[in-house]
Design a protein around this ligand. Structure first.
Ligand SMILES: [Cu+2]
Length: 125
């Protein structure tokens, strides 16, 4: 009798957790902040781009492209996860950025398996 109660309790817990796992997560990885920030005007070229998301992301399935004001792709390093903060991607720049407007296009896969993407701009004075 007691064994049976424990078993059905475990079954309820299991089905409850399966139900929770099947629910779509409410929060996907949205861009929380960046360096340089969206629409920022910086005095000098940054050394890296850094993008912080609302959830942890998978760097192998995430990427960032940088476009200059002519919509030409600027060569940058591969997105790396911040070792201390798995919701932050860091991208080294291969060379200092010339003065001008830049557009950052990002796409990420969050650890909950959802893809999101977006873009923002900043200016180097
Ligand atoms: Cu999600």
């Amino acid at each position: 009798m007691q064994k049976r109660t424990i078993f059905s309790g475990a079954a309820v817990l299991l089905s409850a957790s399966l139900w929770l796992m099947s629910q779509p997560a409410l929060a996907h990885a949205h861009l929380k902040s960046s360096q340089p920030a969206e629409n920022a005007e910086v005095d000098a070229s940054p050394q890296t781009l850094s993008l912080s998301f609302t959830e942890e992301v998978e760097p192998a399935f995430s990427g960032v492209t940088l476009l200059d004001s002519q919509q030409q792709k600027v060569a940058i390093g591969k997105a790396q996860l911040d070792a201390g903060q798995h919701s932050r991607l860091i991208l080294p720049l291969n060379a200092p950025l010339a003065a001008g407007d830049y557009q950052v296009n990002w796409h990420v896969l969050s650890v909950d398996g959802h893809k999101t993407q977006g873009s923002y701009r900043f200016r180097v004075k």
